[in-house]
Design a binder for this molecule. Sequence first.
Ligand code: BDR
Ligand code: CA
Length: 315
Amino acid sequence: MRKVIFDTDPGVDDAMALRFLTRRPELDLLGVTTVHGNADIDTVTRNALFLKDRFGFPAPVSQGSGVTLLNRQGSPAGHVHGSNGLGDIDIPDTIRSTVDLRRGHRFIIDLIRANPHEITIIAVGPLTNLARALDKDREIARLVQGVVVMGGAFGMHGHTGNVSPVAEANISNDPEAADVVFTAPWPVTIIGLDVTQQVVMDAAYLERLRRDGGEDGQFLWDLSRGYQAFHQRTRRLDGIFTHDSLAVAYAVAPELFTIRRGPVRVVCGGLASGQTIQKPKQSPFPVGAWDAHPEQSVAVDVDVAGVLALYAGTF
Ligand code: BDR
Ligand code: CA
């Protein structure tokens, strides 16, 4: 079993991914860290604790950063995920689970040091906690098995940004942190919009989860009503993108993805802030800032039917 830390900003698709992760026998969830993103840090942490109760997993939840690496305020996405981050469903006032007392980045460091070379971090929000952990203890880069990130857009198949013509939300919400994470000496796999926007859970798929998926199927259906309406309104899509679940799918079944290798940098500031760029293999610029950094893996294609079947298989 692969030991996993899930770094998240729940978030409708984060909640769907978290359930997926906890239902896959290949993955052993050791801890959840929260980060500003789809809602403010108190809200996403409350959501993570609620989901721990709801899905019944034992792993602790630790609260991470409420601001970016450079201490800027985040940009909540209430228009996508609802004002409570979970599609404005009713969340009970009383939540049984309580938060771990360690700060998110410290919790990440502790888990990696306690499980050297065994941990995969699956990060599906802005990358602030990971960048802070590297800042406090750079050695952890050599002690993880790998990092899988949902974020970025590399312009493949015409998939550009979702918060600007070039930037994806998680990276745009903390570009400096993302640049630290992508240029660190650990193996990162980036699951960006190039693949996540290929995979649509359409209305019929969601209806099947609701009909045949028991309580969890109904819960995910309830949760995703506003999210589906957002996709209909803005994309004329008869369904939803399943962004964060694809990072989990990669950790379970990497053979479903096609990967391109090369150093990755993030534009920090200006008109193209948050843009992710991978240096092409055949680049005519052999030396310089790009080559000083490790090659990372960027997903450029995905077996759509394969990942949809993998997800449905957990019900
Ligand atoms: C990403 O941004 C967030 O809104 C989603 O949860 C996902 O992680 C998609 O761009
Ligand atoms: Ca997310």
